[in-house]
Design a protein. Sequence first.
Length: 263
Amino acid sequence: MTAQDFTPDEMMAIAASRALSNTDVCFVGIGPPSAACNIARLTHAPDITLIYESGTIGTAPDVLPLSIGDGELCDTALTTVSVTEMFRYWLQGGKITVGFLGAAQIDRFANINTTVVGDYDNPKVRLPGGGGAPEISSSSQETYITMKQSKRGFVEKLDFYTSFGHGEGGDHRTRMGITTKGPTLLITDLAIWKPDPVTKELTVVSLHPGTTKERVQQTVSWAVRFSDDLQETPAPTEEELSVLRALKARTAAAHAGNRVETA
């Protein structure tokens, strides 16, 4: 299989899915995080527990939800609890192993903006907002992030701090009294990033097939750090691509009003 056989978006979703294990209890964000989590559930992690912010536990959607209020989530969940119970007992109770988030903007220390682009009182773009993301980023045992790379998204300074990552770096998270690990993984359409163990600055540890260091740097507003042991991300397998494309096809059909049931 060559780099021409799959798209950067497919590589991102599949690489993100591989980070999840069969025993994870994952708090799932809508969009790319949801795709990654459900690919994992449909391939190597069938027993993963997926939890969405609306209170659905053990969710196994046949199609990707449009929002946390999508009926698909409640219909396929093992149970649905109140949002209060979801946050107080499950999330703040430390039962979430991975919080999986998306972002509109991210900085070099994995702090996230999903609120506004530009000045808060007169923004260029008003985004969906934080929702549960600030709590997910602080209370999940660790956080994974997935998003496309662009200079507009990978910024030197956030326009708004929605979710605390590693703050100013180093031990800032600990000094803030946050005891969880925070962001431990960033998966993009070009690369896989991890925070430096000491400084907590995001560092590229793996380039996706066909990607170069120069291409990564062109899409980031700060000077990118690359691991001394830089790897190449394994290309998607036929199974992974088949599962992803079938999921996307079912989702497109369902949202167009032409539901396609799985075999």
